[in-house]
Ligand binder design. Structure first.
Ligand SMILES: Cc1cc2nc3c(=O)[nH]c(=O)nc-3n(C[C@H](O)[C@H](O)[C@H](O)COP(=O)(O)O)c2cc1C
Length: 203
């Protein structure tokens, strides 16, 4: 019986290691309660472009990503998408690399170690933000090209509201170099960067 338990533990550990590699970031379970009342958060939502350079801790990062694009039902998310295509992917550009947000596993999977600072652009904001969210849409999966941009807006606003609720700052940014960023991230021809969004601790 004891041997069986040990074997199961070992198998479990190997299975976990296969999903979460050493370079990935396994996020704490998001806290889905609390925060400011909705009307207060709406009243405080604004763009912030001056950041302190401080990071967000992993709990806040996890909460924010869940607010942006987590699942709140078995296979549906906190945001709507046209025809429920769920064509948006969220990448997070942290100082240690660019990560893919796997909402089901609640893991940030390392996409690449190089952070494409030049194509993310606007250094006065992004150099002092804690991270930049990069919204990538799969146009083949989407209802239409337009819906990729419309659907992105829901994620962006959720991040704005989470930041307003928790005292963080955020700004949506259209002034990135779309084609260069697509190339830097080695995205497929069917993937477009719809918007980026800086997040940080306000100065
Ligand atoms: C689609 C979109 C693109 C934006 N692009 C930029 C940008 O590239 N740089 C920037 O500093 N702010 C950008 N903003 C932020 C706007 O300047 C900001 O939302 C606007 O001034 C209103 O301010 P508020 O968000 O505080 O209400 C963008 C906002 C949106 C919605």
């Amino acid at each position: 019986m004891k041997m069986r338990k040990i074997s199961l533990c070992v198998i479990g550990l190997f299975a976990f290691a296969a999903i979460v590699s050493a370079q990935d970031i396994s996020l704490p379970t998001p806290v889905k309660t609390g925060g400011k009342p909705l009307m207060n958060a709406l009243n405080e939502r604004k763009s912030i472009k001056t950041f302190s350079g401080k990071p967000l801790d992993q709990q806040n990062l996890s909460n924010l990503l869940w607010a942006a694009y987590g699942f709140n039902r078995e296979s549906k998310r906190v945001v709507p998408s046209s025809e429920n295509k769920q064509e948006i992917d969220v990448y997070v550009a942290l100082p240690t690399g660019v990560y893919f947000y796997d909402a089901k596993a609640n893991v940030l999977k390392l996409h690449q170690a190089e952070v494409p600072k030049a194509s993310i652009s606007q250094p006065s904001v992004t150099d002092v933000a804690a991270f930049t969210l990069i919204y990538v849409a799969n146009v083949d999966k989407a209802s239409s090209r337009e819906s990729c941009y419309i659907d992105t807006g829901f994620l962006v606003q959720n991040v704005y509201l989470y930041c307003a609720s928790e005292g963080f700052g955020s700004v949506a940014r259209g002034s990135f170099k779309a084609q260069q960023l697509q190339a830097d991230l080695k995205l497929g021809a069917n993937q477009i960067v719809t918007l980026v969004q800086a997040v940080g601790v306000p100065k």
